[in-house]
Design a protein around this ligand. Structure first.
Ligand SMILES: C[S@@+](CC[C@H](N)C(=O)[O-])C[C@H]1O[C@@H](n2cnc3c(N)ncnc32)[C@H](O)[C@@H]1O
Length: 388
C-alpha cells in the first residue's frame, strides 16, 4: 500500500483531530487494578506469559490515551515505543505515562502516522489494537505494520467483521432515524447517549464511557459505513505467508491434533484457525450465547446476509428515501430465520428491533426497545501471530 493510497482519507485521525478528542477511557475513569487484571487475562488468551515481556522491545501503533499501554509498561519492557497521529491522544498518553511511571526513561511517545514510520528496528512485540479494520486497505495496512516485528516475534492485532458488528450496525440505523440534524454535535451526542444508555448499561464489564462509545461508534460514520472491516479469516489470508496464528480472544480456535502430526505442506496453525473461524463466526453475533459449531456454508450465508444489511443501511444513510428504508427492512427481516436456526435469544432481540422500526420512516418516533437492549456482539476480536 502506498502512502498516497492511505492518504485518501485518514481513518480515526481526521475525525478525532476535527473534534479535538481522544474518546477512550482515561485513568480517572476506571478502576486500574481491575483494568490490569483484564489486560493480563487478554494477554494470556493471546498466548503471552506476562512476565516473559520483561526486557523485550515493544512497539505499539495507535495507543490513544495509552491506558491499555500502562499495563504493558508494568511488565518492564527494555524499550517501549508508542506511535499515534492524534495530538490529543499523544498528549494524554504522555500525561498518563508521566503520572504512572514518573522515573521511567524506557519509553517514547511519537506523534506520527504509523505508515510513515520506517521499519529500521525490529521489535519482539508489535501491538495494533483497534486501528486496522477501519483503514482504507486493512490487509495492506496490517502487512505494513507487521514489517516491524522480528522473526520469532509476536504481532497482536484486532479484527472486526459484519457478523460481530451487526447489533451495533442496527443501532446506527436507529441513530439515522432519530437524530435531530438541527442540533449541534454535542447536543446530538447527549441525545443519543441517553437513548443508548440503557443498552450500554447491560454491558457490566464495559470500561468506556457511554458518551465516548456514541462519539466513536455512531458518529464516526466511516467506522460503520465506509470501512471494509477485517475479519479473522481475512487477517490470516493477509498475514499467512509471513505469520503463523498463535492465540485469540475470544478463544474460538481449538485443535485436537497430536502435536507430532506435522504436515509440512501448510501452516497448520493458520489453516486450523481459519477453519475454526468459519465454523464459529455465528458465535460472534451475540456475546450472551455460545452455540455448537456449524457448517462453513451456513456461516458464509450468514456473513453474506449481514454484509447485505450493512450495504443497505449505508445506502439509506446516504439517500434517505422510503425505497431505501424498505430495502433495509427487508434485508433485516430475512436475517431473522437464519438466527432462529441457532440462537433463540438473539432472534427474540431481533424481533423486538423489527417490531419497533417497522414503518418508522419517514415519520420517526422515539424508539424504546425491550429485548433488543441487551443484544451486543463479540464486537472486537484480538488475535496474535508469530512472525515466521
Ligand atoms: C480506535 S483508537 C484505539 C486506541 C487504543 N488502541 C485503544 O484500543 O483504546 C485508534 C487510535 O489509532 C490512532 N491512529 C489511527 N490511524 C492511525 C494512523 N494511520 N497513524 C497513526 N495513528 C493512527 C488514532 O489516532 C487513535 O488514537
Amino acid at each position: 500500500m502506498s502512502i498516497q493510497e492511505q492518504a485518501i482519507r485518514r481513518p480515526y485521525v481526521d475525525y478525532y483531530g476535527k473534534h479535538d478528542i481522544s474518546p477512550f477511557p482515561d485513568i480517572v475513569d476506571i478502576n486500574m487494578k481491575r483494568h490490569f487484571q483484564q489486560r493480563e487475562s487478554l494477554y494470556r488468551y493471546l498466548g503471552i506469559v506476562p512476565s516473559f515481556l520483561e526486557g523485550k522491545n515493544i512497539i505499539e501503533f495507535g495507543p490513544g490515551n495509552g491506558v491499555n499501554s500502562l499495563y504493558t509498561m508494568s511488565l518492564k519492557p527494555a524499550n517501549y515505543v508508542l506511535v499515534d497521529a492524534n495530538q490529543k491522544g499523544v498528549d494524554n498518553c504522555n500525561a498518563n505515562f508521566e503520572k504512572f511511571y514518573p522515573l521511567a526513561n524506557n519509553y517514547e511517545v511519537i506523534n506520527s502516522l504509523v505508515e510513515e514510520l520506517k521499519a529500521e528496528k525490529l521489535y519482539d512485540l508489535a501491538i495494533c489494537e483497534a486501528i486496522i479494520p477501519d483503514q482504507v486497505n486493512p490487509s495492506a495496512f496490517s502487512r505494513l505494520l507487521g514489517n516491524h516485528v522480528k522473526p520469532g516475534g509476536l504481532y497482536i492485532i484486532t479484527c472486526n467483521d459484519v457478523v460481530s458488528g451487526i447489533s451495533e450496525l442496527l443501532r446506527c440505523l436507529v441513530s439515522i432515524l432519530i437524530v435531530d440534524e438541527g442540533m449541534t454535535f454535542s447536543e446530538q451526542v447527549d441525545s443519543l447517549t441517553s437513548v443508548f444508555g440503557s443498552h450500554l448499561s447491560t454491558l457490566k464489564a464495559m470500561t468506556r464511557s457511554h458518551k465516548d462509545w456514541v462519539i466513536d461508534n455512531i458518529f464516526n460514520v466511516e467506522h460503520w459505513r465506509d470501512s471494509l472491516l477485517f475479519s479473522i479469516a481475512e487477517a490470516i489470508e493477509a498475514l499467512g505467508d509471513q505469520f503463523s496464528f498463535h492465540g485469540a480472544s475470544p478463544c474460538f480456535s481449538s485443535s485436537w491434533r497430536w502435536y507430532k502430526d506435522i504436515d509440512t505442506t501448510e501452516d497448520q496453525f493458520n489453516s486450523q484457525a481459519h477453519l475454526n473461524y468459519l465454523r464459529n463466526v455465528h458465535n460472534f453475533i451475540d456475546y450472551r450465547t455460545t452455540c455448537p459449531e456449524r457448517s462453513v456454508l451456513e456461516n458464509k450465508l450468514l456473513m453474506e446476509k449481514c454484509e447485505n444489511i450493512k450495504q443497505a443501511i449505508a445506502g439509506f444513510s446516504r439517500i434517505r428515501s422510503s425505497e431505501n428504508f424498505s430495502t433495509v427492512q427487508m434485508e433485516i427481516e430475512s436475517l431473522l430465520p437464519m438466527i432462529k436456526d441457532f440462537s433463540p435469544l438473539t432472534a427474540n432481540s431481533l424481533e423486538d428491533f423489527l417490531d419497533k422500526i417497522t414503518g418508522n420512516f419517514p415519520a420517526s418516533k422515539t424508539l424504546k426497545f425491550n429485548a433488543f437492549e441487551g443484544w451486543w456482539g463479540r464486537g472486537m476480536q484480538y488475535a496474535s501471530f508469530i512472525r515466521k
